[in-house]
Structure formats: C-alpha cells, structure tokens
Ligand binder design. Structure first.
Ligand SMILES: [Zn+2]
Ligand SMILES: [Zn+2]
Ligand SMILES: [Zn+2]
Length: 345
C-alpha cells in the first residue's frame, strides 16, 4: 500500500477513531464556492466592541481600562454554577435520559488591542496569556463542583467567532466532556498496557520519521498528526511529559508562547488571510498527580482547505460514516514546513 496514492484509513490512538484518507482525490476539479473574502481592516480600538477596554457589555456592565489580559464571566454563559445535577431516566430504561450540568464560562481577552491576534501580538503579551490560562486553570480545577476545565479559542468568523477582538473561553464543567473522556481512556489503557505514555511514544516515532513535524523548539513540537482530519490540523505536544499548564516551568511558558505564535503566523501565510481555527488544550483535570498517563497537548482544527474561502465540510459520508480527507497529513506538514522555512529566510 502506498500512503501517498491509495485510499486507506488511519487510526487515531488518542480518540480510538478512524479517518479515511483519499490522496488521489486531492486533484479532483472543484466547482464549489470560490469567492474572495472581504478585506477587513480592524481598528486598534473599536467603540462598538464589547470586549475593548472601557466599553460596556450586556446588562450595562463596563469593562475596566485593562492593559494586559482581562477575564470575566461570560454574560451569555452556556452553563451556570449551582445548576442541580439531577438525573432523569424515563421508566429507568436508559432510553430517555438527561442529567443536570453545572458549570462556569469565562472569557479571557488576550490584549486590549482590538486588531491583534496570537500571530501578531508581542511575545511578552502572549506569555502573559499563557500565565492567565494557567491561573484560570488552577483556580477552576481546585473548585469541588468541576471535574474538567476546557480552554479554547474560536478564531475567525468562519469558526463562529462572534467578535474579532483576540479572546478565548474557559468552560469548567461538572462532568468530563466527550473528547477528553475518550482521550483519558485511551491514554490510561496505553499506560496500563505498556507502562509508558502514549503521546511520549508517539512523539518519539514522529521525531524519528520527521515526515509530519511542522516546527519545534526546545520544549514543544507542532506536527500534523498521522490521523489528522482537518486539512491543516496541528497537534501541539510538550516534549517533556507533564499533565497540565500548572506544571510548566517559566522557560516552558515562554517556549509555549513562542510556538503558539509560530503556528498561528504560519497559518496566516497558508492562503494569505487570517486563518480561522478552533484550538484548545487537553490536560489532566481533577486532583493533582492522579493522572500519570495524561500528556499535555493542544489541538488546532482549522477548516480551510483549498483557498481562503473554501472550507472543509463534515457532511455526507463524514456525518454518516467516517471523517475523510483528501490531501495527506504528510503533504500538509510539508507545505507548512516550507512556509516556515521561507518565513525565516
Ligand atoms: Zn475590541
Ligand atoms: Zn508523555
Ligand atoms: Zn486531545
């Protein structure tokens, strides 16, 4: 079998799911959407933005004149603290089942500047974002009501971001959400079977092969995983084994900030537009040191495929069968690596 030509499926050991790869399809003619995106020029300060310093938000709350990062409870939170965690099971047949879910949703503004992104912010400002993520994570994981803390950024209107002001969200939940629950199970099973870490072992294989690595520094590696679903998907993995943001050394915080900027700046060069993505960290929640199997990492899921406007849709066979991709993870990694090389020369 030739992985560059023959249709095949690839296994994702983290999620336990498969992805269908159809490399021969990458050249098929495209008759879909090809419009050019509207050129958006952003102001440094936007008087109509509810995230800019000094502006008012919902219910007349006014933002302080913040100068670094700024954290507040989401005015339109998807989850509410203190929600009763009752369970309903109609006739106890496990068919019509619901459970109350308490939680907390916060917003973190990365910068007072409306027009910046992780790809354009000064490095020290990104380091401050990393420190804010860490204190938020530490604060919420210590809360007895919550077992999981999810930090995520929806970047770009294409990903449903409602405001271009650089920001992310933190949701703390009473139960473990689906994706980290699957990854907890796969990492735990691997740990129990091999007494080594799944992602440490995977990273060693990737480093030896070198085919899918996009960029790395002393402490972090960014690669297009073998099982990537999204065209330019990236898995960001710490090179040292640790479980969460709390374990980062000062130097690792700085190197995390550095590689986040490298990745997002690279993305912006793929189609010469601000590249939309959803990204988020997966880390061990719950009591400290109870999850030796967890390896700190982040996923970047960008939807763009063929141009600045042609996105990948999860439709048809992907909704009803298995996710599928055309360009191989190896060719995506090669393209990102070449952009990186060109940017540095
Ligand atoms: Zn703003
Ligand atoms: Zn590990
Ligand atoms: Zn993950």
């Amino acid at each position: 079998m030739n992985l560059n030509q023959d249709p095949h499926r690839r296994f994702n050991p983290l999620s336990g799911e498969w992805v269908l790869v159809s490399p021969h399809r990458a050249l098929r003619p495209w008759q879909g959407n090809l419009e050019t995106p509207p050129a958006e020029v952003l102001l440094q300060y936007d008087p109509t933005c509810y995230l800019c310093p000094g502006n008012s938000r919902a219910q007349g709350i006014r933002n302080p004149a913040y100068t670094g990062t700024f954290v507040f409870d989401n005015d339109f939170a998807a989850l509410k603290p203190g929600t009763p965690n009752d369970r309903i099971d109609l006739e106890n047949r496990n068919l019509i089942v619901a459970e109350g879910e308490s939680g907390l949703c916060r917003v973190i503004c990365f910068s007072p500047r409306h027009d910046l992104t992780l790809s354009t912010m000064p490095r020290p400002a990104i380091e401050e974002v990393v420190r804010t993520w860490t204190t938020q994570f530490a604060d919420l994981r210590a809360h007895p009501e919550y077992v999981h803390v999810q930090i995520f950024e929806n970047h770009g209107a294409l990903m449903g971001a409602s405001n271009p002001h650089p920001h992310c969200q933190v949701w703390a939940t009473h139960t473990l959400p689906e994706a980290p629950a699957r990854e907890l199970l796969t990492q735990k099973n691997y740990w129990q079977k091999h007494r080594t870490c799944l992602l440490c072992d995977y990273l060693a294989l990737e480093s030896a092969q070198g085919l899918r690595i996009v960029t790395q520094n002393e402490n972090f590696t960014a690669l297009v995983p073998f099982w990537a679903i999204w065209p330019f998907e990236i898995l960001l993995v710490s090179r040292r084994h640790f479980a969460s943001l709390i374990d980062l050394t000062k130097l690792e915080q700085s190197h995390l900030a550095h590689i986040l900027q490298t990745i997002t700046a690279l993305y912006d060069r793929v189609f010469d537009v601000p590249f939309p993505y959803s990204m988020g960290f997966h880390q061990a929640s719950g009591a400290v040191n109870t999850h030796p199997e967890w390896h700190f990492h982040a996923h970047f899921y960008p939807p763009l495929h063929r141009s600045a406007t042609v996105r990948k849709f999860m439709v048809g066979f992907e909704m009803l069968g298995t996710p599928q991709r055309d360009i191989t993870p190896e060719s995506a990694a090669k393209r990102l690596r070449e952009l990186h090389r060109r940017g540095n020369s």
